[in-house]
Design a protein around this ligand. Structure first.
Ligand code: NAP
Ligand code: GDD
Length: 320
């Protein structure tokens, strides 16, 4: 049996890809599952019998301490968060409790139980917000534009602080947007690929979206989890930007997704002012050259390959 890793957020998009990767490398994988009245293991159902799923919550420090004591992981990947930016305006306190203070609870549990544990924090390009520099790298100052972005800045700095205060092997991956066929339906890439596939199948006629001009650096989640593992395998803990280096607008996303299905997006997309955000992040594009140099990490799937993959999966799920 290889090393033991704990993943918080194992039921999410990234958690499912990371669990697959760690299993393929011989790890024993423990997944933190929060209690819900219906099951949320859709993304990990295919590997469930190879995982140890344990009950806990980032808002409950005792549950974290107890499970670290019981399973003694060598590595902890903190992927759990309230991760949807739009909802962070309607639930700012819950977002802060989970996405910000949840990181401190987990770091403190590590400090108390076993300070040798290697820790990965899921930081975000959303921290760059109203960008101070183009492209953004590890030295770019943060200017968050949402309660979620503010919470992630806290999570990032508390990770750096516990590294510097207590000598923990605590790292922060500043990941730009990454997507997949397992992406939640509320995020714009999946909303568009799923919506376009349903329109092509005659199941709906229109797709309502918000800001079409926002630009993002979109990569493939399967590539990005490789960087997380590589970060914890380094001799020294440090922080990395993980990105493709290419940026595209939501408008281009629509063109490509609908175009793949032989449809004209302008016949179907309706801009709905209710979907505009109180403060927007207009442009994200990352410079991942430190990761290329030190982790030998590069994105393998580009924007066009990613959108084609997602459209194909959504289409296949509808037509069987
Ligand atoms: P996701 O699909 O929304 O998954 C979030 C996970 O967090 C789910 O497993 C969810 O559990 C869990 N969770 C939420 N609140 C929790 C709590 N109080 N206690 C324990 N678990 C809780 O997110 P993702 O796209 O995989 O992203 C993974 C992480 O990377 C997140 O921290 C996100 O903020 C960050 N990130 C994502 C991106 C991206 O583009 N995907 C980019 C940068 C950073 P349930 O299934 O029970 O809801
Ligand atoms: N969700 C959504 N829905 N976004 C829309 C829509 C819509 O109908 N219409 C336009 N957009 C625009 C948003 O305004 C935003 O500018 C962009 O599409 C991307 O939105 P999301 O896909 O919701 O992602 P995000 O960039 O806000 O946040 C994601 O990436 C972050 C990394 O930068 C999430 O995964 C975060 O958890 C992650 O940290």
């Amino acid at each position: 049996m290889g090393p033991t890793a704990l993943i918080t957020g194992i039921t999410g998009q990234d958690g499912s890809y990371l669990a697959e990767l760690l299993l393929s490398r011989g790890y024993r994988v423990i997944g933190l599952l929060r209690r819900t009245s219906t099951t949320s293991i859709e993304r990990i159902g295919h590997i469930q019998d190879r995982l140890t799923l344990v009950s806990g919550d980032l808002t409950d420090e005792v549950s974290l301490i107890n499970l670290l004591r019981e399973f003694r992981p060598a590595e902890v990947y903190n992927l759990a968060a309230q991760s949807f930016v739009q909802v962070s305006w309607s639930q700012p306190v819950l977002t802060g409790e989970t996405t910000a203070l949840g990181v401190t609870r987990l770091l403190d549990a590590i400090r108390i139980v076993d300070p040798e544990i290697r820790f990965y924090q899921a930081s975000s390009s959303e921290m760059f917000g109203r960008v101070r520099q183009v492209p953004q790298d590890e030295t770019t100052p943060f200017y968050p534009r949402s309660p979620y972005g503010v919470a992630k800045v806290y999570g990032h700095w508390i990770t750096v602080n516990y590294r510097e205060s207590y000598g923990l092997f605590a790292t922060s991956g500043i990941l730009f947007n990454h997507e997949s066929p397992r992406r939640g339906l509320e995020f714009v890439t999946r909303k568009v690929t799923h919506g376009a596939a349903r329109i092509a199948a005659g199941l709906q006629r229109e797709l309502r979206l918000g800001n079409l001009e926002a630009r993002r650096d979109w990569g493939y989640a399967g590539d990005y989890v490789e960087a997380m593992v590589a970060m914890l395998a380094r001799d020294e803990p440090t922080d990395y930007v993980i990105a493709t280096g290419q940026t595209h607008s939501v408008r281009e996303l629509c063109e490509v997704a609908f175009g793949t299905l032989g449809l004209n997006w302008e016949d179907h997309v309706v801009v709905d002012p209710a979907l505009l955000r109180p403060a927007e992040v207009d442009l994200l594009v990352g410079d991942a050259s430190r990761a290329a140099r030190e982790l030998s990490w590069r994105a393998q799937v580009d924007f066009y390959g990613l959108i084609e993959m997602m459209v194909a999966a959504d289409r296949a799920a509808l037509v069987g």
